[in-house]
Design a binder for this molecule. Structure first.
Ligand SMILES: NC(=O)c1ccc[n+]([C@@H]2O[C@H](COP(=O)([O-])OP(=O)(O)OC[C@H]3O[C@@H](n4cnc5c(N)ncnc54)[C@H](O)[C@@H]3O)[C@@H](O)[C@H]2O)c1
Length: 340
């Protein structure tokens, strides 16, 4: 089988953890590493062991004939424009989360994906973890009974550093409401909103939100946020996010049992001893759940893409409802089911 010729767009930041997946995969050949920062592109080429001539600052390189698949890893405000160009050029697309800073941009990109005759996927890094799949299967098998509540908390202290940078005159896109679409909630909340909905199989209908900027004056968005999501069947999910403290936890509570993750330990089956949590590396292409491996396999026609790009609209509708509620004193906001 010929290797898929892959271009990565935006090769700084988070790609340091997974760009080597494309160099390691037997399904791929990295033909272009694209970044507006020429040094970042060269560093990525070096890191991936590809010829430096494949590093470039030209986005249009991703649209050329000798590229089959494109992974977009740029700041949120570039996703719609770059993703649309990739799809219109007939290339397979894997888009970083969140889909876009706004629901309108996300819908526009999703429309493009629906009309395109290529693989269009969304990268949700938490789905790399086998235990998340095991938890979902356990819920589907009824081991926890009826799911009545999901609690997710994802926090880190990035906001303090980004705020300090901005105050010192080195603002990045994460300081900008327009470029990010919000603060910690759009960036971190999408992970646990996706997990709560995907694991429970529930249909979210409304959100109450609370957002504040407590200690990050250099950032326009919030650095602390809580959402309560109400589902059609009565289930609720609470998602806490923050950019000013560290920590992570997840609890899926059912009428028969509760599965928990806390402090690198998991309990899944009722009465089971806790297991240590060892997240797989994001560039581990031997992991069958690896999102980049799955994208390449889907492009090669070997299986379905696990998270179609249009699926990201669900989180974006929740994010949009969250911000509407937070701006309205926490009044419940309906989750819009709009896709023109
Ligand atoms: N899945 C996850 O867990 C996860 C984690 C972090 C970030 N992300 C997402 O990944 C995306 C990038 O985040 P990041 O943390 O890597 O940001 P970053 O700012 O660290 O890196 C972005 C890179 O894109 C480059 N870039 C900027 N404009 C560009 C353009 N027009 N064309 C090409 N390259 C351009 C920058 O030079 C930089 O190297 C965001 O959408 C973010 O939400 C996802």
């Amino acid at each position: 089988m010929p290797r898929l010729r892959v271009a990565l767009v935006g090769v700084g930041g988070i790609t340091r953890f997974y760009r080597r997946a494309y160099a390691r995969s037997p399904l791929a050949e990295l033909v272009a590493l694209i970044d507006v920062d020429a040094q970042a592109a060269l560093d990525a080429a070096h890191d991936c062991g590809v010829d430096p001539s494949r590093a470039t600052t030209r986005f249009e390189r991703a649209l050329e004939d000798d590229v089959d698949a494109v992974v977009v890893n740029t700041p949120n405000h570039l996703h719609r424009e770059q993703g649309t160009a990739v799809l219109r050029a007939g290339k397979h697309l894997l888009m970083q989360k969140p889909l876009a800073p706004t629901l309108a941009d996300a819908e526009a990109l999703a429309r493009e994906a629906r009309g395109a005759d290529v693989v269009a996927g969304l990268y949700h890094s938490y789905l790399d973890h086998p235990l998340v799949h095991e938890l979902r299967a356990s819920v589907a098998a009824g081991n926890l009974g009826e799911i009545v509540h999901v609690y997710g908390r994802l926090t880190h202290r990035g906001g303090i550093a980004w705020s300090n940078d901005a105050v010192a005159g080195n603002a990045t896109w994460r300081s900008s409401l327009a470029q990010t679409g919000g603060g910690c909630f759009i960036q971190l909340g999408v992970h646990y909103l996706q997990l709560a909905t995907w694991i429970s199989g529930g249909e979210p209908v409304a959100v109450r939100g609370s957002a504040a900027n407590v200690m990050s004056p250099g950032i326009e968005g919030e650095d602390l946020a809580t959402a309560i999501v109400r589902y059609k069947n009565g289930m609720q999910a609470t998602v806490d996010t923050g950019w000013i403290a560290d920590g992570e936890e997840l609890a899926v509570a059912g009428t028969a049992a509760t599965a928990r993750y806390l402090d690198q330990r998991w309990w899944i089956a009722p009465g089971e001893a806790p297991r240590e949590w060892r997240p797989p590396a994001f560039d581990d292409v031997d992991n069958p759940y690896n999102g980049h491996r799955a994208f390449l396999e889907a492009c090669a026609g070997l299986k379905e893409i696990p998270v179609p790009l249009v699926r990201g609209l669900t989180e974006m509708r929740l994010v949009d409802a969250f911000y509407r509620s937070a701006q309205n004193g926490g009044q419940e906001a309906a989750v819009e089911a709009v896709l023109a």
